[in-house]
Design a protein around this ligand. Structure first.
Ligand code: LLP
Length: 437
């Protein structure tokens, strides 16, 4: 995850990263059957466009991996929590991994099944716990001993039973960006391996709780298999210990984290990864358990693009800037993690570009960049597509600089559905209150 793209290709690759559903056809960039230029004409820019087929294809890879198993795929909706995206995964039979009461309300609004919801996160409030219990969610992924005590009290008071799984921290290095590593000892997440058994014993003794599973999540944008295998071994060691202490574990949740192709990255395919993990699970005698996973990015990341218009070219002594109408409030990943997103023209380039540009947005911060030293043949008014923008872009967007959030379109074959209207300035301050005059 870095933007050191000195070796960036001069021409956009014929096959764009990630999915065959986003490709040039007749020289024009399409998402499935829809030309992005036509969508940008109809809905203006910046505009997020998603491919339904790409999302379902990504889901199918997991499904193939789990064929014949008792498994539940809980989409980690923080990656992209737009209602229509949730609706699509709910209709496909997915559960959801949520991290706030707000996400639960989105699942319910999109027609998701609360019984397939698991609630992760280190800082659940009492009100969030109560609402989740009333909605009948499937499981709380408890992240600390203190949280266990509070959940027990909230459930007892409500006369309900909270099904719990404890998130254990397997202390493995996922070899990814430090901000998105979560399974190391120094992270705020989960209960340490050493404290896990005692925490389970405490959970089993508390009123209002029913221990049902164990959970881990080691990080995000993981492109190697080894961290998963290591984490699995560590979790299975604990499962044996906990069960030997007389506490049955019905499900094992291995979290999310599988990476996608941003810049020639080659993460394992979900089905290949899982066939190896399942072989290991079988070898250790746990293959018959209910398995759960929480993939986010790998289901939606490569399924989306952000279309943006070039506002100005600004040649400089040291570098050239290409100023576009999308910014760090729409696409926060480069500013936050120095993340790379490919940027390609909507009309396929016919010849190598002579100039390199830093592609930047209008926000008043030097950190507001989207790509550095990109070779582009562009003029003001041209439109570009920022690729692999289906995950952690719209869901992390903000109104900084009082910029309304972009519109979103979901393409299904030749049909394009507007799934989020562009925010007007008035929408961005609708909840604010003037002082009495
Ligand atoms: N489960 C838990 C408990 C998580 O914390 C996360 C992500 C996931 C599942 C899903 O992980 P995924 O399959 O999407 O890698 N904003 C960052 C990524 C933050 C990930 C946070 N947790 C980015 O843009 O790269």
């Amino acid at each position: 995850m870095n933007d050191s793209d000195n070796q960036a290709p001069v021409l956009p690759p014929a096959v764009l990263p990630g999915t065959p559903h986003i490709a040039y056809r007749g020289g024009e960039l399409h998402v499935e059957g829809a030309a992005l230029a036509a969508l940008a004409d109809a809905h203006a820019t910046p505009l997020f466009v998603y491919s339904k087929a790409a999302m379902l294809q990504a889901l199918d890879a997991y499904r193939r991996g789990f064929a014949g198993r008792h498994a539940t795929i809980c989409y980690a909706m923080k990656a992209n929590s737009s209602l229509a995206v949730l609706q699509l995964f709910a209709a496909a039979g997915c559960g959801f991994d949520i991290v706030s009461g707000g996400e639960l309300e989105r699942v319910l609004a999109a027609g998701g099944d609360p019984a397939k919801v698991i609630f992760s996160g280190v800082g659940k409030t009492r009100a969030e716990m109560r609402r989740a219990l009333d909605a009948g969610i499937g499981c709380f992924n408890v992240e600390s001993e203190a949280e266990l005590e509070v959940l027990s009290a909230v459930a007892s008071e409500a006369g309900r039973t909270a099904r719990v799984s404890i998130r254990v921290n397997p202390d493995v290095d996922p070899q990814t960006h430090p901000y998105i590593s979560t399974g190391l000892k120094g992270n705020k997440f989960g209960v340490s391996h050493e404290r896990a058994l005692a925490t389970y014993q405490r959970a089993a003794s508390l009123p209002g709780l029913q221990v049902v599973g164990i959970d881990c999540h080691i990080g995000s944008q993981i492109t190697q298999e080894a961290p998963y295998l290591d984490a699995m071994e560590r979790v299975l060691d604990l499962v044996s210990e906990i069960e030997a202490a007389g506490i049955p574990i019905d499900h094992i949740d291995f979290g999310g984290g599988l990476g996608i192709d941003y810049n020639g990255d080659t993460p394992p395919a979900a089905d290949a990864l899982w066939s190896r993990l399942l072989a290991r699970l079988d070898a250790r005698g746990h293959g018959g358990k209910h398995l759960m996973i929480e993939p986010g990015r790998s289901l939606v990341g490569n399924a989306g693009v952000c279309v943006t218009e070039v506002l100005y070219l600004k040649p400089g002594e040291q570098k050239n800037f290409c100023i576009v109408d999308a910014a760090m409030n729409d696409l926060p990943r480069p500013a936050m993690y120095q993340a790379f997103h490919a940027i390609v023209p909507l009309q396929e380039a016919k010849q190598p570009a002579a100039e390199a540009y830093d592609v930047v947005g209008p926000v008043c911060e030097s950190g507001d960049w989207i790509g550095r030293a990109r070779r582009l043949d562009v003029a003001a008014g041209d439109r570009l597509a920022v690729l692999s923008a289906g995950a952690y872009c719209m869901s992390m967007s903000s109104n900084y600089n009082t910029r309304g959030r972009a519109a979103e379109v979901l393409v299904d074959g030749a049909q394009a559905h507007l799934i989020r209207r562009r925010e007007a300035a008035a929408d961005t301050f609708a909840h604010e209150v003037l002082l009495p005059s």
